[in-house]
Design a protein around this ligand. Structure first.
Ligand SMILES: Nc1nc(=O)c2c([nH]1)NC[C@@H]1CN(c3ccc(C(=O)N[C@@H](CCC(=O)O)C(=O)O)cc3)CN21
Ligand SMILES: CC(C)C(=O)C(=O)O
Ligand SMILES: [Mg+2]
Length: 263
């Protein structure tokens, strides 16, 4: 996809939107030549790339660096970058500066979690020419409040709140929103009630598109296996085999071979 207008074009054409994360130029180059539509520079980078315990630890500097690297690897794609924890909860000026830094690093749009309490910030970003993607349901930046990564919107009260927040995001001018870990029927109902697109993760197949963390779909982490994260590759095993082949070749004096010696 070349612009955010392609989100609604895809929905109108009945084509599911394919979103995947990337954090560096090498992976972005791969995604750019794949059939995936959109790249998310997720704040999951804090966990996946930096080994930090949660996305609470993502910083603006970190997100700017990853966004710039991904833009170099994918010059033509729509890139959505996550606004890090608290960067949109300290008033309009701080938020617009953070979002501006992400756009100047190469993002096409920003994503932010939740809506209640920062409605004015969302409207101000949109009014400033910054496309905003919302993120509802399981909002990982609130993990310390949610008490873990669990399905959201199970009670009727929670479902009603999610419906209202999704409608509010559309009213405030968000062009799309992520629904993370919510019941499939609720995600489908919210999608049908909105004119803007929804991108699901752990939210069933009734959304306008899907998003997965690249490392998850490549199976790079042997330990992280939530039910929604289908593995298209056992990357952990494949890479481990390559590494051990290399180690054995060095120890067995099979590497480097004659043609690999510069002389
Ligand atoms: N590598 C990675 N992939 C992600 O999808 C991801 C991150 N990191 N970091 C930020 C958040 C955290 N996310 C998570 C993390 C764990 C579960 C999880 O363990 N889910 C279980 C239990 C569900 C439940 O109890 O309702 C599952 O089996 O799906 C879900 C989403 C999604 N995001
Ligand atoms: C899981 C997706 C939606 C995300 O926000 C991230 O990767 O940070
Ligand atoms: Mg995120």
């Amino acid at each position: 996809m070349k612009s955010i207008l392609d989100f609604n074009r895809a929905r109108q054409a009945g084509r599911p939107i394919v979103m995947v994360t990337a954090y560096d130029a090498a992976m972005a180059r791969l995604v750019a030549v794949s059939e995936a539509d959109v790249i998310l520079v997720g704040d999951s980078a804090a966990m996946v790339v930096h080994g930090l315990p949660s996305t609470v630890h993502a910083t603006l500097d970190m997100m700017v660096m990853h966004t710039a690297a991904v833009r170099r690897g994918a010059p033509e794609h729509v890139i959505v970058a996550d606004l890090p924890f608290l960067s949109f909860r300290q008033g309009r000026e701080v938020a617009v500066r953070a979002a501006g830094a992400l756009l100047q690093a190469g993002a096409t749009a920003v994503k932010l979690e939740g809506v209640t309490g920062h409605e004015d910030v969302i409207a101000h970003l949109v009014g400033s020419g910054i496309p905003v993607m919302g993120h509802l349901g399981l909002t990982p930046q609130s993990v310390n409040q949610l008490g873990g990564y669990r399905l959201q919107g199970r009670s009727e009260a929670e479902a009603a709140r999610l419906r209202a927040e999704a409608g509010r995001l559309e009213e405030l001018g968000a062009f799309s929103l992520v629904l993370e870990c919510v019941p499939a029927a609720l995600a489908a109902e919210i999608t049908a009630s909105l004119a803007i697109t929804t991108i699901g993760i752990g939210a069933g197949n009734g959304t306008s598109g899907q998003v997965l963390v690249l490392n998850d779909l490549l199976g790079l982490d042997a330990g992280f296996r939530p039910r929604f994260a289908r593995r298209y590759l056992d990357g952990h095993a494949a890479i481990l085999t390559a590494l051990n082949d290399y180690a054995r070749d060095v120890r067995g004096a099979r590497f480097p071979a004659r043609e690999e010696v510069l002389a």
